[in-house]
Structures are given as C-alpha cells and as structure tokens.
Ligand binder design. Structure first.
Ligand code: SAM
Length: 251
C-alpha cells in the first residue's frame, strides 16, 4: 500500500524551514546543519526542552520494547542522531542488535563517542539498507520532519518491519490553543537566544523553529502512517501537544 495525502508530509519535500528549495538542496543543507550542531546538540536539547525530551524518549523506548519484546530482529533508531534513544533501548534488551542509523556522520561520531560499542550506520531513510520484513522495531524521534522525503521514509520503514513489528514515531506536533502564546514566546525568543549563545549558530535554530511550525498535526501524521501501510495503534501527546508519540504496527 502506498499513497500520499495532500497538504501532508509531501509538501515538506521542497522546503528548508521557511525557504523553498530543491530536494537535493534540502538533503545537503539538513545534513550539513546536523554535522555542524552535533557537538552541542544534546546540551541544546536539554536546555530547549527543560530536559523533557529525555522523558519522552524513555516513554518511546519502553513502548517499543513492550510491544516488540517477543519479535526477533534488530531495533533500529532511525535518525538516531547522538544515540540517546538507542542507549535507552539497549538497557531494555542488552542482547538484541540495536543500530543507530542516521544521515549525518557528525551526529554518528558523537553517538560512537558517547555510547561505547554502539553500532552506527550512515543511511538515507528514503533507501534503507535492510531487508524486507527484517526489523522488530524502529524508533524515529524528531527526525521525520527533517527527512528529504518524509512520506517515502515512512514507506521504507514499513517495508523493513516484520509483520507485528512497530514504528514508534516521536515528533513535534500542534500545541493546544491556550498554550500557544507561551510556546510561541519560547520559539521566538528563547530558542534563537540559546542557539546564538550556547550553540553559536542562530540560523540552525531558526530552521528548527520553522521546521516545527510547518510540520502537520497528529491526525495528518496518522493518515500518512496509514498511507505507508501501517496500522496506528495509539497516539499519545506530551506537554499540551508540544510532541506526539505515534505507535504504528505493520499488519
Ligand atoms: C533533530 S535530530 C534528532 C536526533 C535524535 N533522534 C533525537 O531525538 O535527539 C534529526 C536527525 O535526523 C537526521 N536525518 C535527517 N534527514 C535524514 C534522512 N533523510 N535519513 C536519515 N537521517 C536523517 C539528522 O541527521 C539528525 O541526526
């Protein structure tokens, strides 16, 4: 099964934040952005989210482990970046093969330094180097909105999952109306300031804010997961909709 919903993920393909770019430019700029911010990435995440991303990732890891415990095959942390979610998965099942798969060599280098013996793989999520029906589970945290072709990346993920296997997709979402003014102030003032002072790179964090703003809501993401051939088993939102965790099973 495949398909794309209009106004869904497909329209991100020609964007880099607020800019309109070619797909090739999107791929190159996203990769070089993450190569550049990799050394400060985890610290910035902690500061921007007040440490909450760690809690959300713990919930993502435990949902995946709980649902796919009995299924053979690797757990793949796609767009795994510096490997913190993969490290949580490893704690859940030290004997299982766990792979941090990411497009940015800079992020993977940090993952290897932080988490000894962690298997890393440089991949494009749109063409994954795994067999059909081979993975027990895939986690994808805050990566989908950065992908060159997010819809294609979901279809690739569906292809490599075993029947019964799960994608745990954690991504920014749409906040509830009452919380919007606080969130807007945080995005407009706090994140660019941290980007400038801590990461020394305001432009990259401007992209981050813009990419969150143009990312679709949780219902659209559910429709995209279904279009990729997955069954959406559960959707949980965090912090009044700041982030959403979709749990999607391959039938
Ligand atoms: C915001 S970071 C998220 C990292 C980590 N999952 C986390 O939650 O902290 C987004 C990651 O997506 C990766 N990425 C972007 N496009 C990709 C693609 N087409 N294929 C694989 N990884 C990609 C980037 O290199 C980056 O490491």
């Amino acid at each position: 099964m495949s398909g794309q919903t209009p106004n869904g993920l497909d329209r991100l393909r020609g964007t880099f934040g607020d800019e309109t770019v070619t797909e090739a430019a999107r791929r190159a700029r996203v990769r070089s952005l993450f190569d550049g911010i990799a050394p400060r990435y985890d610290l910035m995440n902690d500061l921007m989210s007040f440490g909450l991303h760690r809690l959300w990732k713990r919930k993502t890891a435990s949902a995946l482990a709980w649902a796919t415990d009995e299924i053979d095959g690797p757990w793949i942390d796609l767009a795994g970046g510096t490997g913190d979610l993969a490290a949580l998965l490893r704690r859940r099942d030290p004997a299982r093969r766990i792979v941090v798969a990411d497009a940015s060599e800079g992020m993977l280098a940090v993952a290897r330094r932080r988490h000894r013996d962690m298997e890393t793989m440089r991949v494009d999520a749109e063409a994954l180097p795994f067999e059909d029906d081979s993975a027990a589970g895939v986690t994808l945290a805050f990566g989908l909105r950065n992908m060159t072709d997010p819809g294609r990346a979901l279809r690739e993920t569906a292809r490599i999952l075993r029947p019964g296997g799960m994608l745990a997709l954690l991504e920014f979402s749409r906040v509830a109306a009452f919380f919007r003014p606080f969130y807007a102030a945080h995005s407009r003032l706090v994140i660019p300031l941290l980007g400038r002072l801590v990461a020394g790179d305001k432009a990259s964090y401007d992209y981050l804010v813009q990419s969150i703003r143009i990312f679709p809501d949780a219902d659209t993401v559910s429709a995209e997961l279904r279009a990729a051939g997955l069954r959406v088993a559960n959707v949980k939102t965090f912090m009044f909709g700041v982030a959403a965790l979709h749990l999607a099973i391959k039938p």
